[in-house]
Design a binder for this molecule. Structure first.
Ligand code: KIV
Length: 257
């Protein structure tokens, strides 16, 4: 089986084929997603919420990302593997590079994702100069917000749209090869996608991005803190894993399993 690479992901954008992406944190879920043909697996710092049961992503460490990335890498045969640079892991060029090398060499990630600000562009460029493949993250950046209730759609005004377009272009010009857009107004996301040469992967940003990314536990509706607002309408009453486990436990009780 051929491992997907950036050239392949770019060809999907060029051919208007949606890039699919989910998070994973362990070998078994990674294997499941990989066998289903997902294009990208992200070891997101959402692991702070769904694995550690915290309110936000802020407590996640580089060592935790490395540990989960390495486990996930064992379950992958074909998907492209991206891992988050956690909060406070890229404050200086030197620190960012040391941590990115750790995540790619020890964790075996193909690329790192960074919630950088425009002021941190030099750090992004430093990583790229040192052969680290980088994914940007625009819109809502969970590392900067401690309470999820403060999440809101960004890019609903002309001014915000202008800023987001500028930020996305600056990332692209720095050599970033993918960008995640979180909680961006769908019209604004479509505009950015049309301007960018690199793929824009959306979450809560409408259907007009080049790809979509979801936290895998949100898809199964088992996330510790519940589903994000934009997924609330999608079969919110359904919980397939819970239904399966309930019936399995019942058969155990009845000694039929
Ligand atoms: O940490 C994460 O899972 C993410 C996705 C929500 C894009 O950054």
């Amino acid at each position: 089986m051929i491992k997907k690479n950036l050239k392949y992901l770019l060809s999907l954008k060029k051919n208007n084929i949606v890039i699919t992406s989910v998070t994973s944190y362990d070998a078994s879920f990674a294997k499941l997603a990989d066998e289903c043909g997902v294009d990208i697996i992200l070891v997101g710092d959402s692991l702070g919420e769904v694995i550690k049961g915290a309110k936000n992503t802020h407590s996640v460490t580089v060592d935790e990302i490395c540990y989960h990335t390495n486990n996930v890498s064992k379950g992958i045969k074909q998907a492209y593997l991206i891992s988050d640079m956690p909060k406070n892991s890229f404050s200086t060029k030197r620190q960012a590079l040391a941590n990115a090398i750790k995540i790619t060499k020890k964790g075996l990630a193909d690329m790192i994702k960074i919630e950088s600000t425009p002021k941190q562009l030099e750090i992004v460029k430093h990583l790229i100069k040192n052969k680290i493949k980088v994914c940007g993250h625009i819109g809502i950046q969970p590392q900067k917000i401690s309470n999820k209730k403060l999440y809101r759609k960004i890019g609903t005004t002309a001014r915000e749209t202008e800023t987001l377009v500028r930020d996305a272009l600056m990332l692209q010009d720095s050599g970033v090869k993918l960008i995640v857009a979180e909680c961006i107004d769908s019209g604004c996301a479509e505009k950015i996608r049309n301007i960018l040469k690199i793929p824009l992967i959306g979450i809560g940003s409408g259907k007009k991005c080049d790809g979509q990314i979801r936290v895998i536990y949100d898809i199964f509706n088992i996330s510790f803190n519940g589903r994000p607002g934009f997924m609330k309408d999608q079969n919110s009453h359904k919980n397939p894993l819970k239904d399966f486990l309930m019936s399995y436990l019942k058969s155990m009780k009845n000694n039929t399993n």
